[in-house]
Design a protein around this ligand. Sequence first.
Ligand SMILES: [Zn+2]
Length: 241
Amino acid sequence: MIDTHVHLDRLDDGPALLQAAVDVGVTGLVSIGLDPRCPQQLRGPLPPGLEVKTVLGLHPQEVRDAADVDAAFAVLERRLDAEPSVVGIGECGLDARPGIGNAALHQEVLRRHLRLARRRGLPVVLHGVRRDGALLATLDDEAGVDGVWHGFSGSKETLLAAVRRGLFISVGFLALNERARRLREAVPAIPEDRLLVETDAPPLAPARIKDVVAAVARLRGTTPEHIAALTSANARRLFRF
Ligand SMILES: [Zn+2]
């Protein structure tokens, strides 16, 4: 299994948590950035047998003001030049939860990520909370970028609109919630070649990717082995494992 969304630097007791993930069959993960100025490193050694790819970007919750965004992007460009393990841009996107910055600036910063991704030929990792329509409209304005909508929580219609724009859809811990009816209805509609899985750890432990895979399999009426195989193949394709 490949977990496409983990915040490595936020894991307490990371080496043990990742060993537990390897023990249940995780062979790869994508380490996701919140701010390129953070080293984004595991505190301790990586377990053997685990391949890690890195994605760097500025999460909407880390967007403060225009000058700070410029400073973050200068570091981001430098790290893209220097670190060959970086395989994507993000996470970036729109988030309308109260207290998470200003919508106009979020929009501008998202465009900047999309342009950078297109210029560098890298996929984006998108975060969208309560701004689904605006996220899709921005993708239309900045077409020609590959990527994934991470932690998808939207409707089947939003899902199909995202797939039409070439995005992968990553299903996370919300699939474990019996009451997340909208997502549970959408999961069977994800095309096989567009489906990814993630834990977004922490707080969920990385080994629980096994439960996410099992839940997705149940919702799609297939086996966990099938979901593990196809999501791993998709992750390898998108993130160049
Ligand atoms: Zn995240």
